[in-house]
Design a protein around this ligand. Structure first.
Ligand code: HEM
Ligand code: HEM
Length: 171
């Protein structure tokens, strides 16, 4: 792939940029809300479900429109960025999916913002519910946090050490 001056600073398209930052805001909102206590679980589920739909639309946009070619960096760094972005997408899908499946398996379902009811299992399966909730809280969540931390550190490294304007591609 040739690295022209233009592609060096080219941006993600406007849709990708909006998907990125609104997605980040939805994750923060989902977590802030669940930490307010039990009475906010329903709102947590609604925001989390919105994040799932948002992420699916984002992935469709990602597949139908080209991402800008990567900025110049070592093979190792590029490999790491592809791996972390890929794992981020996996965790971004797994997080709401495990929450949704847990709620469904316990028989509760979700009523998204009070307007889109998604039924729970007619015959609850507590074992499946506990398994999904355990993944939601104790595996996917810490993994997502670690990936986001690595992702932000990488962005800071590009900004302040490599000074390669990578951040501006997403702004
Ligand atoms: C962006 C997506 C989501 C994120 C980042 C997220 C994050 C979290 C976190 C960090 C907790 C643990 C709270 C604690 O242990 O104090 C939690 C709990 C929970 N989440 Fe999610 N969640 C998401 C989506 C969903 C969805 C879509 C559902 C269901 C439809 C859901 C249902 C639940 C439930 C039922 C709990 C347990 C609440 C409790 O009784 O303590 N989550 N979530
Ligand atoms: C302060 C917080 C954040 C900053 C500064 C930031 C910055 C960036 C930048 C600069 C890129 C483009 C990388 C490139 O050009 O190769 C990017 C891509 C990406 N970011 Fe973030 N990000 C932040 C938070 C998040 C969060 C919270 C998530 C998800 C939970 C996320 C998920 C992603 C994903 C999946 C990509 C890959 C886009 C693609 O190529 O499809 N980011 N981010």
């Amino acid at each position: 792939m040739s690295q022209t001056a233009a592609s060096y600073v080219s941006k993600y398209n406007i849709a990708a940029r909006i998907f990125h930052w609104v997605g980040a805001a939805l994750i923060v909102a989902a977590v802030v809300i669940i930490n307010q206590g039990e009475e906010f679980i329903s709102l947590h589920k609604s925001v989390g479900f919105s994040f799932l739909i948002w992420t699916v639309l984002r992935l469709i946009n990602r597949f139908v429109s080209a991402a800008p070619s990567p900025v110049a960096m070592s093979k190792l760094q590029h490999g790491l960025s592809v791996a972390v972005h890929g794992l981020l997408y996996v965790a971004m899908l797994a997080m709401p999916l495990t929450g949704l499946l847990a709620s469904m398996a316990f028989g509760y379902g979700v009523n998204v913002f009070g307007v889109l009811p998604i039924a729970g299992f007619a015959t609850p399966n507590d074992e499946l519910g506990s398994m999904m909730m355990n993944l939601h809280k104790n595996l996917i969540w810490p993994a997502l946090l670690a990936l986001v931390a690595a992702h932000i550190l990488a962005a800071l490294y590009h900004q302040f050490v490599m000074k390669d304007k990578l951040l501006s591609r997403m702004l």
